[in-house]
Design a protein around this ligand. Structure first.
Ligand code: F6R
Length: 264
């Protein structure tokens, strides 16, 4: 596990974009796992800027989003379909049929739909690079606390904390979806490489538990300790509660000298 501590949100976004752009250039047919939320917005903006400069071609990539609210059609302004179109896909050249986002409008036979989503990830060759944010409660995707660490894509009831964190996006609390379709923790752990981005003091406790706490279903992100290639890119505020910051800096210096490809 690598922990990269940057000064602020802008630096986190730039570092995430640098690594992601490098991965796309190294493998133009890369399969990406993508996240929504406020955290990756700066990363998407930086990738769009590379693309606008003629520096980054997305025509060969495939993408799979982590999650979608149940009950929201793609046209709903708070749907993750809409978020991705507005903040990323409408600005770059990912072919429409290379984009996969769980369908929030399904009704019934959720298990079969979710199994199909898993099969389409496998058919694409698996996810090469997964981008993650982290919830204040330690969730990744919408894998709320007590999610099985072996879980697969499924229908998931949202926790009170997640509903509280996101209800201001909706006109009234009643309109905030209570469930989502989300990739599972087991699904995420199968991706070949994971980049988790976090910014701000509100994430500090979750980040510390994920990196330094015990592996527990109470903190879904702690499952990443079992993944062989995870990089946390976090700002000073999000790193606030880590006890081993000096060691992480030392590891990073040594990585830059001996295995710089892990940071490219
Ligand atoms: C989004 C997702 C969530 C968010 C998390 C943090 O697709 O899966 O796990 O990454 O809720 O959200 P923000 O970035 O808005 O703080």
């Amino acid at each position: 596990m690598l922990v990269v501590i940057k000064r602020d949100y802008e630096e986190v976004s730039r570092e995430g974009a640098r690594i992601l752009a490098g991965a796309i250039r190294a493998n133009p047919k890369i399969v990406l796992g993508l996240a929504t939320g406020s955290t990756p917005l700066g990363l998407y903006r930086a990738l769009i800027a590379f693309h606008d400069d003629g520096d980054l071609d997305f025509s060969g990539i495939k993408s799979f989003n982590l999650d979608e609210y149940l009950g929201l059609p793609p046209s709903h302004p708070q749907s993750f379909h809409h978020f991705m179109a507005q903040n990323f896909f409408s600005h770059v050249n990912v072919p429409r049929d290379h984009i996969h986002i769980p369908d929030g409008t399904i009704t019934g036979d959720y298990d079969e739909y979710c199994a199909r989503y898993e099969r389409s990830i496998k058919a694409a060759g698996g996810i090469d690079l997964q981008i993650l944010g982290i919830g204040r409660n330690g969730h990744i995707g919408f894998n709320e606390p007590t999610s099985s660490l072996a879980s697969r894509t499924r229908l998931k009831a949202l926790s009170r904390e997640t509903i509280e964190d996101n209800r201001h996006f909706f006109a009234s609390t009643g309109q905030m979806p209570k469930c989502a379709i989300t990739m599972g923790i087991g699904t995420i752990l199968e991706s070949r490489r994971v980049l988790l981005l976090a910014s701000g003091r509100s994430k500090a406790a979750a980040v510390a538990k994920a990196i330094e706490g015990p592996i527990t279903s109470s903190v879904s992100a702690s499952a990443l300790q079992m993944h062989p290639d995870v990089t946390f890119i976090i700002d000073e505020e999000a790193a606030y509660s880590l006890t081993q910051r000096d060691y992480y800096r030392h590891v990073l210096e040594m990585t830059q000298i001996f295995t710089p490809e892990r940071l490219s």
